[in-house]
Write a protein of this length. Structure first.
Length: 164
């Protein structure tokens, strides 16, 4: 599954490099022999990768993918909103470069951090913050493609709070 996701993301990147060209035109360009070096690239799609790529070509850009974050807080007590804000503030003070998100998913307030593509990345992040947030644990979540590679939300603009 990780290899498949990696292939899909790689091909999405290749598609963006190719600008307005479609993937088939880019494959054709890669297959042409380089006059200077005499090299060429052969692209082979295995299994369901071709189907996934065709599906992605029909969309302009995927809006969300399954990724991982680290949950540092969740609670449904009477003070949950206040405690979630405190967790968010504390996290931003300690780790200003890691994005953090507060969500209200009735009846829970949840604070999650990071935008990781793999579970391994989330476990590394968990290890990094474990000293300050000892109950942190990785979770799988849909992550907006626009958030990948983005810096943390500054404390001046506040946190992202979403009601579900």
């Amino acid at each position: 599954m990780r290899r498949f996701l990696g292939l899909v993301l790689c091909l999405v990147g290749v598609g963006s490099i190719a600008s307005a060209q479609n993937l088939n035109a880019y494959k054709t360009k890669l297959a042409a022999v380089n006059a200077t070096y005499g090299t060429q690239v052969s692209v082979v799609e295995h299994g369901t990768a071709a189907t996934a790529i065709r599906s992605m070509q029909q969309r302009s850009h995927p809006s969300e993918i399954w990724g991982y974050r680290v949950r540092i807080f969740f609670d449904n007590s009477q003070n949950a909103r206040m405690l979630a804000n405190q967790a968010m503030t504390r996290f931003k003070e300690i780790y200003p470069d890691i994005p953090a998100y507060m969500v209200y998913d009735n009846p829970y307030f949840k604070v999650t951090v990071g935008n990781c593509l793999t579970e391994d990345e989330a476990r590394i992040l968990q290890g990094k913050i474990q000293g300050a947030f000892d109950r942190a644990f990785p979770i799988q979540e849909k992550i907006s493609m626009s958030l990948l590679g983005e810096p943390a939300v500054s404390s001046e603009t506040g946190s992202e709070e979403v009601s579900k």
